[in-house]
Design a protein around this ligand. Sequence first.
Ligand code: APR
Ligand code: PHB
Length: 389
Amino acid sequence: MRTTVGIIGAGPAGLLLARLLHNAGIDSVVLESRDRSYVERRQRAGILEQGTVDVLREAGAGERMDREGLRHDGIELRFDRRRHRVDFPALTGGRSVMVYAQTEVCKDLIALQLKEGGPLLFEAEALAVEGAETDRPRIRFRHQGAEDVLECDYVVGCDGFWGVARAAVPDGRTFERTYPFGWLGILADVAPSHDELVYARHDRGFALLSMRSPSVSRLYLQVPADTDADDWSDERIWDELERRFETDDDWTLRRGPLTQKSVTPMRSYVHEPMRHGRLFLAGDAAHIVPPTGAKGLNLAVGDVVTLARALVHRTATGSDELIDAYSATCLRRVWQAERFSYDMTTLLHTAPDATPFENRLQVARLERITSSRAAETDLAEAYTGFPIG
Ligand code: APR
Ligand code: PHB
């Protein structure tokens, strides 16, 4: 098998890259180790920055998003039983975000790829990337019980944190931080209790109210990192959510039947550089953020937009200048998202070893954001997104 761009992984990064290349007349093959329904059901964050929304629309993948996605003009910060709304358009000159689940972004891109794009092989597991420093890099993979080789001009590792591509970038540096807590996430068949996301800091731990649709709620609780989701009965989850969201006004939490329950670990991670010869890393394969800032998918989109531009530029002009700039261009934006995600995480979560001084300081940081337009604008700008490129 031969192609121009061999893409490992059909998460948001790999699928969008294939779409952008197809639109520019560059052929690609996508290899995905899992099956289609697994990829379409994996629950992750669902907040699209304005820039991500624009990219999906321009790529011709925004039709259902525009019909079913929910535009959000703000979030609520909740602490000390008080509520504070951050108004995005007022603070950022009109920017907002879109609530549209990652599962739906993936479904839309998979349907387009299968209809119009190049090959997308499910249950095709990449085993190794070889010859990244040559003109003919290869992906060795296993599909339908047999081993095969995909020969490429370029290989892109969009294979997430646990993929194989990163191992083929030698002499890299990694920067990492793990957190002593995770998120217990639930999906519930009940209308969201608030029309915007609520980020709550509480002495018992962080809680987040989000949503998937007008009738499906997505909620999270900070829990210790080694938590087994089965130790949390539905009633215990609702009781704990209720305590962490409590306010002095008459706000109430609506309860409903749970349809999913799982624990996600929290990590900050960056691998530098994001390129070795003709192998590129994009999305979670190169960097992870804790979900508190909802940046993971948006970073992946920035990477593949930058890479698609570089490959199109190379095809049109024969120049490698954008390809050579790829890693540094992406990493500037990646580190801003790392910083913001870290800030949001340490602002809102109670660390098990935190001193009373540090806990009190969190409240002071929140009070600063809610009383200074400059501090609030800083949050709103970061949340609605940093420019790509
Ligand atoms: N061969 C083929 N596919 C692989 C391999 C492999 N060896 N290893 C992993 N994959 C696939 C995974 O099954 C997954 O579908 O690569 C895909 C990686 O997708 P994501 O983990 O979603 O990563 P990415 O596309 O970078 O997404 C970035 O979206 O999924 C979220 O948490 C993620 O928010 C982040 C953003
Ligand atoms: C989600 O809806 O899953 C979600 C939203 C915002 C976050 C993280 C997750 O910061």
